[in-house]
Design a binder for this molecule. Structure first.
Ligand code: SAH
Length: 435
């Protein structure tokens, strides 16, 4: 039998009609029948000239069967929000047709997916490599979702989260936020609700400030990476153009100063080993040449680089160090619950298991360096950078670190602080990323 009809699976984009493709617009206008969930039909109702069949949310297979049946004779439009192939109905149609060897003339028409929509509102939260994940466990096991989330988090790319929460499924978001916190710390997260349709809202918050109830089925989340730049309303993960062009307005004078100071340092601390570079960075960060003699290397700093390349976590004592790093890290202070000890020391003890195999940086509190020595008896970090500062225990705590059977960089005496710790860690991080 000659088939006269045709089935179009049409992505209608995030909501606003001017974000329909021309093709989607024409197909909807000329369809004999338009089938879809009520939510989506509502967004295009006034374009439809043919019959409308609205269906319930969970009845996807019924909807597909009906559309295929009608498409034998009629021009049928099966509409889907965003893009029909991304968390949409198109894959169900493809599976149904393939496994039942159904003869039907059909075409998939792409649409702007929620990620594209949110991304434009945010200003390129995603501009290159990224992860995409749905928290809905209706079609995928929760165990798999958790595993995928961890893998994505470890690859330090921004991650878009579809279906973050529904009235029946708040638990998944809670669990996901805990995993994100344990891998990336208190990162900034964008919540984009109803992008390009009524009720549009863009919010950017620290993970710890998110109220589970403010995230619903109409929202998509974007989790920042260590390279993402965040302001109150904008999120930008640079694509890397600055490697190719002088994008920023670094003035000629600023460049001259940077070159001049690099030259002075090279003269004072010559050499091309990683150690030499670390010493130069410590001196640069502090303006204090005495670090040439104060830094103590135990073992080879390449061991830190190797650990970082293997994907080791970075754990630091305070936020000041975490914020300055060129990679994701978690700070112990966020894991303190309030006790007799200092907050950083308690955080380190609470993180004991995470410390195994991690690169640990202590920039501020001698007590956390001591707590680290206690933890290291059972959970060995891969490498330690410890430069706590001060007159109460700082010197002794670094000596304790040097006695551990673990490679480390420390400094002798009372000097130190977050700045020098961050500078050393960044040198290791950059070195790990440059091959
Ligand atoms: N096929 C759709 C996705 C359907 S899954 C697409 O390509 O966009 C439904 C999820 O998509 C929602 O829970 C939400 O996370 C996201 N979403 C869809 N439209 C959105 C919009 N306008 N604004 C924010 N999120 C949206």
């Amino acid at each position: 039998m000659q088939l006269r009809g045709k089935l179009y699976v049409v992505g209608i984009g995030p909501g606003s009609k001017d974000l329909l493709t021309l093709k989607a617009y024409e197909v909807i206008r000329n369809a004999d029948v338009v089938i879809g969930h009520k939510r989506y039909i509502e967004l295009i109702r006034d374009l439809v000239q043919g019959e409308i069949i609205e269906s319930a949310m969970r009845k996807e297979l019924e909807r597909v069967k009906k559309a295929v049946e009608l498409a034998k004779e009629k021009k049928v439009c099966l509409v889907s929000g965003g893009d029909p192939c991304i968390y949409g109905i198109a894959s169900l149609l493809e599976e149904y047709i393939a496994s039942n060897e159904i003869q039907v003339d059909y075409e998939l028409i792409p649409g702007i997916t929620a990620l594209n929509a949110a991304n434009s509102l945010l200003g390129c939260a995603v501009s290159g490599d990224h992860g995409v994940l749905s928290l809905s466990d209706q079609l995928v096991d929760w165990g798999k979702i958790e595993h995928r989330l961890r893998v994505m988090l470890r690859s330090d790319v921004p991650i878009a989260i579809y279906n973050p929460s529904s009235r029946k499924r708040v638990e998944n978001l809670k669990k996901a936020l805990e995993i994100i916190f344990s891998e990336r710390g208190d990162v900034k997260i964008a919540i984009v609700k109803n992008a390009y349709r009524e009720g549009e809202e863009v919010r950017i918050k620290k993970l710890s400030e998110i109220n589970i109830e403010e995230v619903d089925m109409s929202s998509i989340l974007i989790i920042s990476s260590s390279e993402t730049l965040v302001t109150e309303k904008k999120m930008l993960t640079p694509r890397g153009y600055s490697m190719k062009y002088e994008v920023g307005a670094k003035t000629k004078r600023a460049k001259e100063i940077a070159e001049q100071s690099a030259e002075i340092l090279r003269e004072a601390i010559p050499g091309d080993t990683l150690r030499d570079e670390i010493v130069r960075r410590a001196v640069m960060a502090t303006g204090d040449m005495s670090y040439r003699d104060l830094l103590v290397f135990k073992g080879d700093p390449e061991q830190a680089v190797e650990a970082l390349r293997r994907g080791a976590k970075i754990i630091v004592d305070v936020e000041m160090v975490r914020i300055g790093l060129r990679a994701n890290a978690i700070s112990a202070i966020s894991f303190a619950k309030g006790s007799e000890k200092t907050r950083t020391a308690e955080g380190i003890l609470n993180l004991a298991e995470e410390i195994e195999g991690a690169v640990v940086g202590i920039g501020n509190a001698p007590s956390s360096a001591m707590a680290l020595c206690e933890v290291a008896e059972n959970y060995k970090p891969a490498f330690i950078v410890a430069t706590p500062v001060g007159f109460v225990g700082a010197s002794e705590s670094k000596e304790m670190v040097r006695k551990l059977d673990i490679p480390s960089i420390t400094n002798v005496g009372t000097k130190g602080g977050s700045g020098v710790c961050t500078a050393i860690l960044n040198c290791l991080i950059e070195h790990a990323g440059s091959h």
